[in-house]
Write a protein that binds this ligand. Structure first.
Ligand code: ZN
Ligand code: ZN
Length: 256
């Protein structure tokens, strides 16, 4: 049983919700044997979501379960605004993601040079401090691309990833949150899943639930890398994946 919980139909504002556009996402999902997909737009483009259309498409396509989530940018001080955004609709799940470090869009290709002029240990420390705050905020159901800071292949030589992420994982466990395995990293310079296998094995030992995602920004990307993500999860010891309905987690068997 495979699913893809991180799909951007509006991408970065380039596309609109129409019946034929959304249907293309469903068709790719079918061809990749997904039983469930979740649209999770960036909150910046949430005004583009046509909830009525999705509801209608959901009723007309009973062979595939359609969920509606949202990927929300977290930064310190934004909590009140986020609370208002997520209250606008009974979303099935909310992905909390860090795309900005103190105003720096570190995952954007135009701004990645800053990695060369800063201490990588400082960057890693700060990034995971922010992930930690997002976990502790209580605003999210799923933590998005948890080690995104590695996207361009920059590594701190001082410590390995597990050192920086330890506290975050403890707090995720305490708050009973879910972490996505996001395959987009495979298509980026780092050429690894978010999180890497090393982290996934620690998470499996801690029994932290996972879900699967492609971070598709186009119909052709739906389900890409999800089989690889599921295989990695299986190898790390996982036998279940999380699905969500109106904020409640439902565990499904992981079947490759
Ligand atoms: Zn993201
Ligand atoms: Zn995304």
């Amino acid at each position: 049983m495979l699913l893809d919980y991180h799909i951007h139909a509006a991408a970065h504002g380039e596309y609109s919700y129409t019946w034929s556009w959304i249907e293309q996402f469903l068709n790719t999902a079918r061809s990749r044997r997904l039983i469930e997909i979740g649209f999770a737009e960036h909150d910046e483009y949430s005004s583009r979501i046509d909830f009525e259309l999705l509801e209608h498409i959901r009723q007309e396509n009973e062979d595939i379960t359609i969920k509606i989530g949202l990927e929300v940018d977290y930064w310190e001080g934004r909590e009140k605004e986020i609370r208002q955004i997520v209250a606008r609709y009974p979303f099935d799940y909310i992905i909390g993601s860090i795309h900005y470090m103190d105003g720096w869009a570190f995952d954007h290709p135009d701004y990645k040079d800053k990695f060369d002029s800063m201490d990588l240990d400082d960057i890693y420390q700060r990034y995971f401090e922010l992930v930690n705050s997002s976990v502790k905020s209580g605003l999210f159901t799923v933590i998005g691309h948890i080690d995104l800071v590695k996207k361009w292949g920059h590594r701190s030589i001082k410590h390995n990833l597990s050192y920086y992420i330890k506290d975050v994982l403890n707090n995720i466990k305490k708050s009973d949150l879910t972490v996505e395995i996001n395959s987009a990293g495979l298509r980026k310079p780092v050429a690894q899943m978010y999180p890497s296998r090393e982290i996934l094995e620690i998470m499996a030992d801690m029994r932290i639930p996972i879900t699967l995602s492609s971070d598709a920004h186009h119909p052709s990307e739906v389900g890409v890398g999800v089989i690889e993500a599921a295989s990695l999860a299986w190898a790390a010891g996982y036998r279940e994946i999380a699905s969500f309905s109106r904020g409640s987690r439902i565990m499904l068997p992981l079947v490759l």
